[in-house]
Design a protein around this ligand. Sequence first.
Ligand SMILES: [Zn+2]
Length: 79
Amino acid sequence: MTPTLNPMRRHREHCRHVREQLSDYLDGDLDAAQADAVTRHTRFCPSCRRMLTNLARTVSGLRALGALDAATGTSRAHD
Ligand SMILES: [Zn+2]
């Protein structure tokens, strides 16, 4: 007999919810309670934490590229 209460299932649903909010989280568009929920979730969830890290790297990379383009007046990334 399997238990009906399944913490992993609840966890996965929470992951999905958190991942939908990651880009807003990085942009600072979440309210304090939402941002706090994302922070707490990524603290104990390695897979969401990895997604957040990757996304943060992508976002900061894009911002760095944008700043570089603005500074050099070119839209080409250097090789
Ligand atoms: Zn998660």
